[in-house]
Design a protein around this ligand. Sequence first.
Ligand code: NCD
Length: 335
Amino acid sequence: MKHLLSTENLSLSDAIRVLDTAEEMSAVGEREVKKLPALRGRTVVNLFFEDSTRTRISFEAAAKRLSADVINFAAKGSSVSKGESLKDTAQTLAAMGADAVVIRHWASGAPHRLAATDWIDAAVINAGDGTHEHPTQALLDAFTMRRHWSQVNGIESTGAALKGMRVAIAGDVLHSRVARSNVWLLKTLGAEVTLVAPPTLLPIGVEHWPCKVSYDLDQTLEAGVDAMMMLRVQGERMNASFFPSTREYSRRWGFDDARLRALDDLGMKDTIIMHPGPMNRGLEISSAAADSPRSTVLAQVRNGVSVRMAALYLLLSGDSREAAPNVSQSSKETN
Ligand code: NCD
């Protein structure tokens, strides 16, 4: 694995390697000194052409916990806003000796372009490209689900432990790179995925995706769901009206208080509620649902750091077939 660009092309063994390494990394996050020397002397550039809070901070924390040098490069306020091209930016980063570039871009395909050219010889990680893919988000979601599903089934959280898990992903699928990356990865890991959305918020060709499609959230819940992932309504990508009103949207497609109660009534005591953030409380998810014990929203953020540490470690530490670092031994080196 030289780059991490999509989950559609991520093999089962690479996916499992990232998730298993992330388990090792999460042990580091629980220590008083949250640092490993693994990437000392390496430079990671966060290149963000689109706004981000969670993802950018998460990559920064991940790189720092691995002792890499981190350069944050936001396109706003840089020469990019003066019209500098992706090529010039990439060549500048290459001249600065970047070993990895974490890129978020409004154009679908920008990270692939960066990886395919000889502008720069760094590992490229896609941190969200347009409406296309967001592989590390899908990996952290899968990590969160695998931990939960293993606990429910009393098994260890390793390997492809998502077999048989029923995952519903509801909301603005049309504009969601999170939904796309999740569908591919969850399929690879053996989960059963159902997309739930109004017809106007489903992409053309969705019938060819490896999942079921439903227009009815209540029916989907009644059929049984182990993880319910709500997607943000992406107002900034909407140039037309995709639903009659926000009230109508939350009544039909939102995870509201009534649906939260329905999980109890249906006897689904182990079902979790997920959201990648940022949340529109009261629209796609109610506050009671977002703050309930079933919610994994904050666990997803926490797990994001471990998963991104794993991705950076596997891409940058030479032989990606090596096992994860021996955490206890490395800790002695840090002290
Ligand atoms: C997602 C994104 O940016 O694609 N958020 C994230 O990475 N935490 C989802 C979203 O913006 O709705």
